[in-house]
Write a protein that binds this ligand. Structure first.
Ligand SMILES: C[S@@+](CC[C@H](N)C(=O)[O-])C[C@H]1O[C@@H](n2cnc3c(N)ncnc32)[C@H](O)[C@@H]1O
Length: 229
């Protein structure tokens, strides 16, 4: 049974479906993998990942790490006060109900939660918690040793937080690349070419789907309902 994506019903900042999809696609089919998302908020990105995992049929353990206290830094989510007051964790659990079999919760501060994992045990980690320089540096120092050789670690807001995410990644992650709003790297300097190739293909496939849909709906030039002036 295919699971339908429902992440669009959840508020959040998720714009990296290409990266999450490809992470699932490159995961092996013949053994278990371990993915961790750090910074889950109300679950928009986690909902996408959980459904991708469900539909892949692969054995991927997916942990969501967050304090669910509303912020890693005072003031960071002031615009979201109403959401926070309603109880973030409860809203997140409710939001993820359709995919509850496909994720687990690791609640706490990111750098402390990292210590629950053995070194070199993780296949994919995505950082989207604190975006300030000290927070990102602490996260990188805590999570990098947890990555297996050949694993992918990535994160959000490389360009939108240049003095935080950008600066910390430049200092602590040799050989990283960027894709859309994200940075990523394959651990131990291995080639990212398969990952890059799949990202490009994913974007192309989605562009083709979008163009076909637009044509069907007459929203692009030459479509059935297109009008000439
Ligand atoms: C930008 S939001 C995550 C958005 C989510 N990935 C999405 O796409 O909707 C950042 C989250 O990180 C959490 N957070 C920030 N600093 C943290 C820390 N040091 N430890 C644990 N969680 C933290 C916040 O509670 C918040 O829920």
């Amino acid at each position: 049974m295919m699971h339908t994506h429902f992440f669009k019903n959840i508020q959040g900042w998720f714009d990296y479906s290409d990266l999450y999809s490809v992470a699932v696609r490159i995961a092996p089919s013949d053994r278990e993998s371990h993915f961790v998302e750090i910074g889950t908020w109300l679950g928009r990105s986690a909902a996408f990942m959980a459904v991708e995992i469900a539909n892949s049929g692969k054995s991927i353990r997916f942990d969501c790490v967050d304090s669910w206290e509303g912020t890693g830094l005072p003031g960071e989510y002031d615009a979201q006060k109403d959401v926070v007051q309603k109880g973030l964790f409860e809203q997140f659990r409710e939001n993820l109900k359709p995919a509850e079999a496909f994720y687990t919760v690791e609640r706490g501060m990111s750098h402390e939660v990292a210590q629950r994992y053995p070194d070199k045990s993780l296949d994919f980690v995505f950082l989207d918690a604190g975006h300030a320089y000290d927070a990102v540096s602490a996260d990188l120092n805590a999570w990098l040793p947890k990555m297996k050789d050949g694993a992918i670690i990535a994160g959000h807001d490389f360009f939108t937080a240049p003095e935080g995410v950008g600066k910390a990644v430049r200092q602590l992650v040799p050989g990283f690349s960027t894709a859309g709003s994200c940075w990523y790297v394959k651990i131990s300097g291995g080639s990212t070419s398969e990952f890059e190739h799949l990202m490009a293909r994913y974007r192309q496939e989605n562009e083709t789907l979008l163009q076909n849909l637009k044509r069907k709906l007459g929203l692009s030039r030459g479509g059935p309902m297109a009008t000439s002036r």
